[in-house]
Design a protein around this ligand. Sequence first.
Ligand SMILES: [Zn+2]
Length: 139
Amino acid sequence: MPQSLTIHLPCNLLDAIYAGARKLYPRESFLLLRGKKSKGVISITDLVLAPFAVHNEGEVHFNPYMFTGDFSLVGTVHSHPSGNISPSHVDLNYFFGRVLMIVGYPYSGNDCIAAYDSNGDRISLEITAPLKCDDDDFY
Ligand SMILES: [Zn+2]
């Protein structure tokens, strides 16, 4: 049995993802996720702007080879202005890292975001307490 995976996303990072997606609406936003994995939990710690992301009304592309060697990058998040939070075929073809997160319009609450693995299967996502800076042990 493959180990099941849970994503922990601090609520302030979720707010930042939503804020960026709203700003770019009706275009897609695209960010890289930085995080730590331990015992089946990936804790997202940071959002990183992708330098080669192209924002338009179609799909978003970037060059993942820019990031080979940065093992703290655990995946990507992008927005679907349509509000549909299912991954497209293109999303799965461009899968990078361990987790694909999609946020859907109207970008609020806990139901406008979903996380998927490279097979397109949904991963459980928990919105956690806000991440405090310079504090590794806030639980
Ligand atoms: Zn997409």
